[in-house]
Design a protein around this ligand. Sequence first.
Ligand SMILES: *Cc1c(COP(=O)(O)O)cnc(C)c1O
Length: 238
Amino acid sequence: MTTIDNNLQQVMRRIAQACAAAGRDPAEVSLLAVSKTFGADAVAEAVAAGQRAFGENYIQEGVEKVAALRQLSPASLQWHCIGPIQSNKTRLVAEHFDWVHTVDRLKIAERLSTQRPEHLAPLQVCIQVNVDGGDTKSGVPPEEALALAQAVAKLPRLVVRGLMSIPDHAPDFEVQKELHLRAQRLFGQIKASGEPGLADFDTLSMGMTADLEAAIHAGATLVRVGTGIFGGRTYPAA
Ligand SMILES: *Cc1c(COP(=O)(O)O)cnc(C)c1O
């Protein structure tokens, strides 16, 4: 068994234990393996261990990996863009990814919809929400999330699937859970809005290596785990 295989099993156990402790069905929580900064070989190892959904932050790096994996592995993979998107990168995202978690402006969503190729399924998107303030952070303020979700839902080549959040690192479980519950309450409100364009609103993307248990207790349906699977990252010098 490789290290990545081992790590994946361990993360799956953490998810199962958190679900048991929270009284949730583990089938409700999916695992996104965050492979940023790791090579296609590491992704291929995770694929061999059964993982199918991968998250990338840096668009160019992600696009190269999507192409490399097509050569390396016959398995059909799902690629999620989880990093910030500049206007000049929307075309690459629309052409190469299956999901985008970081929609926080209508203008970016409009470009993604226009640029999504006809032969591909609609792009699945989450609205990124900034649950803990901070003007410099990505994500819409909570009070603007419903209006943005409604506007994005009208775009023909996008399907609004839910909310995503990246709260600041908090030291303990209760604080982590309280921040995740803010996203969960908003998720519930938007779901309950009964908006016809939001019929597929079913994904709450939150929780990473350090706080996946708290996120699962707060209702996450998708956790994004990098370090716990691939190990520590070294960032190339800018
Ligand atoms: C890097 C990253 C992750 C994974 O973080 P880890 O702490 O390595 O698990 C999850 N979500 C986003 C948006 C990230 O940028």
